[in-house]
Design a protein around this ligand. Structure first.
Ligand SMILES: [Zn+2]
Length: 72
């Protein structure tokens, strides 16, 4: 399996949804552990990087690309 690409500020989709019903999480801190914040209820959790990579499905919004392309 390929290593997943993600960075600080990205919003990712998790394989399992949060009890509040949202499965989108924002990466708010990166290090040996990763802190993610639930987009729905703003609850934040800190999990080991390896565990995060297993639990996340994909990056929905990249922080680096958020500013461009909003021509709607
Ligand atoms: Zn939540």
């Amino acid at each position: 399996m390929e290593p997943k690409q993600f960075q600080l500020g990205d919003v990712v989709q998790m394989k399992k949804s949060h009890p509040c019903g949202t499965n989108e999480m924002e990466i708010i801190r990166m290090g040996m552990d990763i802190r993610i914040k639930c987009v729905g209820c703003k609850h934040s959790v800190m999990i080991p990087r390896a565990q995060f990579e297993k639990k996340m499905k994909k990056v929905i919004r990249s922080a680096a690309r958020e500013e461009e392309g909003s021509s709607m």
